[in-house]
Design a protein around this ligand. Structure first.
Ligand code: ZN
Length: 292
């Protein structure tokens, strides 16, 4: 499959490298155009990697995050653009404090939607990815990312909406990223047991709330991308201020991941073409005529 266009919408720089990154790297390597749209600048991200909490970094955090993002995009082989909204931060405390004025989560829906419609009509993606209605995890920018993406998916195709934002374009499919699959960790744990080794994420797995069931029940589409896990990890490490290289994301060695779970998971949220579920390809059901 080549000659298609894929657009991944993300809330902050680094989200693209932790959600669906190996899938993007695979499609890019196969001759498709891949564009990451980053809605906010990640201005409220703290330094989450102790090794990067050194003089000279915090003072120029804005530039540092842009440099990190450029390097991650280069590693993944994708294009990237900023939509220019301001990170809302993750409100913490009880009760949670109000969101800061001017932040992305407080923008009236039509403002970021208009901006994203323009990008869709310029880039003309066949497939988009975004987050589910819960944001994947409950950060206000992630939930807003879902709302804006779904509104733009509809509006971009509608000549009545945002007529100044370019010629209408029908994105054929939109998917949700589903990175947090409990079953994946259970299978990793079983592999460690077979090897007689201690599972490094045992504590994480034990704490996992199961009331809502496993998101695997919502997955429609699994993309084979194990060969691209090294690129995914390198891209994530390129966001050096945000990612602790000793963190849990890297706890399970790549050879185990590639053997036990060599896919990334997505949910087909809306489609304008016929496709059979389960799928193993974003572009299944989309005609080659649509690549113009
Ligand atoms: Zn984020």
């Amino acid at each position: 499959m080549s000659g298609f266009r894929l657009m991944a919408v993300h809330a902050h720089p680094d989200d693209e490298s932790s959600k669906g990154a190996a899938t993007m790297a695979r499609y890019a390597s196969e001759g498709n155009e891949v564009l990451v749209v980053t809605l906010t600048g990640g201005e409220r991200g703290d330094i989450l990697n102790p090794a990067m909490d050194v003089p000279g970094i915090r003072e120029r955090m804005h530039d540092v995050r842009r440099e990190e993002m450029a390097e991650a995009a280069r590693i993944l082989g994708v294009q990237q653009m900023w939509l220019g909204f301001v990170d809302s931060g993750l409100p913490e405390g009880d009760p949670t404090p109000p969101l800061p004025p001017g932040c992305f989560a407080l923008e009236p829906l039509e403002v970021p939607t208009a901006a994203l419609v323009k990008v869709i009509r310029d880039f003309r993606p066949h497939v988009m990815t975004t987050y589910d209605e819960n944001g994947g995890y409950p950060h206000p920018d992630h939930i807003k990312c879902h709302e804006v993406s779904m509104a733009a998916f509809e509006a971009a195709a509608d000549p009545e909406q945002f007529p100044d934002a370019g010629r209408p374009w029908e994105v054929k499919k939109v998917y949700y990223n589903h990175g947090f699959i409990r079953k994946r960790l259970v299978l990793f744990k079983e592999e460690y047991e077979r090897r007689g080794e201690e599972f490094p994420m045992a504590e994480w797995l034990a704490k996992w709330k199961t009331e809502q069931g496993d998101l695997m029940a919502r997955v429609t589409t699994q993309i084979q991308c194990g060969d691209f896990f090294p690129q995914r990890d390198d891209a994530l490490r390129a966001h050096a201020t945000q990612i602790d290289p000793n963190g849990s994301f890297f706890a399970v060695p790549l050879d185990i991941q590639q053997k036990i779970w060599p896919t990334e998971e997505f949910e087909l949220a809306k489609t304008r073409v016929h496709t059979a579920i389960p799928e193993d390809d974003f572009f299944a059901g989309i005609s080659k005529d649509e690549t113009q």
